[in-house]
Design a protein around this ligand. Structure first.
Ligand SMILES: [Fe+2]
Length: 237
């Protein structure tokens, strides 16, 4: 991909102080994608239960990707188009391609769940390779969103407006999906991002939801990361 140096300069100048709609959720997606792919690669194709579990994780990832790109289309692209017509068209087109790729991969994964599937080894490898290409496309795609899309959003929206867009998007996510997102979001942030996210949640979510989120992410943090989070939130160790 060719990257215009002017674009990078512009983003570099704007990056630090602005609200970034993409940074956190894209870290979560990269973590979930990598973990799911590696898990499929090591799955025992002779072990029906293990292969089914790895395949279910692929299907869960694909659901998450489908949901994520719809959120971006409905909330982020709509906002970009409202103030910079045509600015989301390239990525919108890639989203259509991703929907098609998701459909193909989901069909491959579903076929692997059939108990008498013949040629499991070859089919599992084909799914692994197809998923790795899908993830490669998504990694490049997310980079364009984090640079070119953010440049448009930062040029045309204030931080307060971006927070409103973010809050409307988050409010549209059902609780079950939100817990799944949190499991991949919070552990793969850096300590400062993690502390800010959990402090915001404590301030705005009901206490039981905040407690549940802490319990959800704790097993996925090292002892040192957990200690830092506790210190940032002013919790007793
Ligand atoms: Fe996207």
């Amino acid at each position: 991909m060719n990257i215009d140096p002017r674009e990078l300069r512009q983003v570099a100048q704007a990056a630090a102080p602005r609200v970034d709609l993409y940074a956190g959720i894209h870290k979560a997606l990269r973590a979930l994608m990598a973990d799911t792919l590696l898990n499929l690669g090591r799955a025992d194709t002779e072990d029906t239960l293990e292969l089914a579990e790895a395949t279910q994780r692929v299907l869960r990832l694909l659901d998450m990707c489908r949901s994520h790109l719809r959120h971006e289309n409905e909330f982020v692209h709509r906002a970009m188009e409202a103030r910079a017509a045509g600015s989301s068209s390239r990525i919108e087109h890639e989203h259509e391609q991703h929907e098609a790729e998701i459909g193909t991969l989901a069909a491959q994964a579903t076929a692997l769940l059939e108990p008498d599937h013949t040629g499991r080894d070859a089919a599992t490898l084909a799914l692994y390779r197809g998923l790795s290409l899908f993830i490669a496309h998504n990694f490049e795609h997310m980079h364009v969103e984090e640079t070119a899309h953010n440049a448009v959003l930062w040029a045309r929206y204030t931080d307060a407006e971006l927070i409103d867009i973010h809050n409307a998007l988050v409010a549209s996510i059902p609780p079950e999906e939100m817990m799944f997102i949190l499991r991949w979001l919070v552990p793969f942030m850096n300590p400062a991002e993690r502390a800010a996210m959990m402090a915001d949640m404590r301030a705005h979510a009901p206490a039981p939801a905040f407690e549940a989120a802490l319990e959800l992410v704790r097993p996925h943090l090292s002892a040192r990361e957990w200690q830092k989070l506790g210190a940032s939130l002013g919790m007793a160790a």
